[in-house]
Design a protein around this ligand. Sequence first.
Ligand SMILES: [Zn+2]
Length: 199
Amino acid sequence: MEQNIIMGELLQKNKEFSQSNKIEFDNLLELKDKHTKGQWPKSIVIACSDSRVPPELIFKQSIGDLFIIRVAGNVLSNDVIASAEYAINHAGVEQVIVLGHTSCGAVGAAMQPDNDSPFVKKLLDKIRPCIKEGMTIDEVAIDNVNHQVESFKNLLPSITTKAVNVVGAFYDLESGIVEVLENKSKEISEPVEKVLVTE
Ligand SMILES: [Zn+2]
């Protein structure tokens, strides 16, 4: 229930963002001072590094509200999982959002022939199991979100005994709207969580 309230608030704030030309944050100094003793963020957001997808702005959230982990292509890695584990077990977070977006450069790169450095290849290889012939970048990006959500859910029992809600969401660069995805991850040949342990 609490988690539904959090998602409802974030989606409402996103709607406001998509319709506003200006965002103002109140009480920043008070919030800064309040959080010197700790943090109690509402949600973890695993988002793409893309400069056009800043989670605090698109959800109209302020200091202490979101525990954000950003990496190109919003893919899981051992470090991403470890960061989320900290927020769940030590900052009391029970909501996780994996946030993809339209026209994702990392997804586009994953759909190109592989001629990247070992670092880039390792990241793109986490997206590539989602690619099927004829799919658009956005279709692969949505499947990638669902795939990461599924993998995160599978990993949850190894990081916490708490009930944590994990959802996938997708941000449209044009409309500014975030939509929650229904998780319908297709058969993927290589589950992310299997890749992680050998990272
Ligand atoms: Zn991206």
